[in-house]
Design a protein around this ligand. Structure first.
Ligand code: 8YV
Length: 345
């Protein structure tokens, strides 16, 4: 997006009081304790998601808002922001739930928490690939459900070997590369599509094949993993047309954002046997999940996780620490390290 003002920086917030920081969801104890020490922190003790009215009220009053992926900060809410609101310090990497362009136009800086959730999200992506290919959730239900009556059999619960298969990574940023490192160790061949080709040394280290054409890559891989952000350009990037290019044995995995895949088309193609299976940690209408996907999960064709990619104690504490650093730096009149710039939108 162009024509948007760069965030205003270097102008010390001359507050004679501690900044009023409204945090929309409960954060790890260590993070909340530090926030209470540094800021006039308004915390959400019962962790219930705030209604748009309550977010609007917070934005009228606060110097800083700390939202999460569950808060939609749209143009309507930004129009109600009070004059003190100068920073939206998002607790999370993705900022697609925030009208960042609208915020920047109003002189509100937006920051996120990149880097600290990379390894955990890549682990979860690998876990989903294995879970789907080797039918882990289905198998894990058998003994607790008392269904292991006949014992071991040579032809029972067979899954798919991943070693030697081709993994197509859509979005070769930090998380895509962290996934590629893991997948290479599992013997997968790395293929990727990205807006820009990654530096030759990284490509060589991963023995990765770059596909300028997403369509051509999709037709050739066995597993597809979505690891790109959701932006207007990536909305339904895996459209019905593109999903149809996949081999019938293909597995689709998504730990990025639900909106990047046309979820209905994916469900339809799995139902029709035109795609083998999927592992999804994110959905188009979270927390609502399509009944068709739930039905497919019950029949073992898809594995559904409730947006757990970065859900480790370590990630969430590090994310909180990043939020604090961004607020502190901004309030001290410096550029916060994780500003979202117009060129990133
Ligand atoms: C977070 C995520 O849990 O950081 C992100 O973009 O998707 C998640 O891993 C969530 O965003 C917290 O707001």
């Amino acid at each position: 997006m162009s024509g948007l003002p760069e965030p205003v920086m270097g102008e010390k917030m001359s507050l004679k009081r501690k900044p009023l920081v409204v945090v929309t969801r409960r954060l790890p104890d260590a993070v909340e304790t530090r926030m209470r020490e540094l800021f006039d922190a308004r915390l959400n003790h019962d962790d219930a998601p705030l209604s748009p009215d309550r977010i609007a009220a917070a934005m009228r009053e606060a110097d800083v808002l700390v939202p999460t992926v569950t808060d939609k900060i749209d143009a309507g809410l930004l129009a109600q922001a009070g004059p003190n609101l100068r920073l939206i310090a998002n607790f999370g990497n993705g900022v697609d739930h925030i009208d960042v362009g609208g915020a920047l136009e109003r002189g509100i800086t937006v920051t996120n928490t990149p880097g600290v959730l990379t390894e955990d999200t890549a682990d979860m992506t690998m876990a989903l690939i294995l879970a789907v290919a080797r039918r882990v959730p289905e198998g894990a239900r058998i003994i607790p459900d008392d269904d292991w009556t006949t014992g071991w059999s040579p032809t029972w619960m067979l899954g798919r070997r991943i070693t030697g298969k081709r993994l197509g990574i859509v979005g070769m940023g930090r998380i895509g590369q962290a996934l590629a490192r893991r997948a290479k160790a599992f013997g997968l061949q790395i293929h990727y599509h990205n807006r820009r080709r990654v530096p030759a040394a990284i490509e060589a280290g991963l023995e990765a094949t770059y596909w300028e054409s997403l369509d051509q890559m999709l037709a050739r891989v066995d597993i597809v993993s979505v690891n790109c952000p959701h932006t207007p350009a990536t909305y339904h990037l895996l459209s019905a047309r593109r999903l149809k290019l996949l081999k019938p044995e293909a597995i689709v995995v998504n730990t990025a954002r639900g909106e990047v895949i046309d979820e209905n088309a994916l469900a339809r193609l799995i139902e029709a046997g035109e795609i083998s299976a999927a592992g999804l940690d994110v959905f188009e209408q979270e927390p609502a999940v399509s009944p068709r996907l739930i039905k497919l999960a019950k029949s073992g064709k898809v594995v559904l996780l409730p947006h757990m990619g970065s859900a480790t104690f370590e990630s969430r504490i590090d994310m909180g620490e990043k939020v604090i650093i961004n607020i502190k730096t901004f309030m001290d009149g410096h550029r916060p390290p994780d500003r979202i710039l117009p060129s990133m939108l």
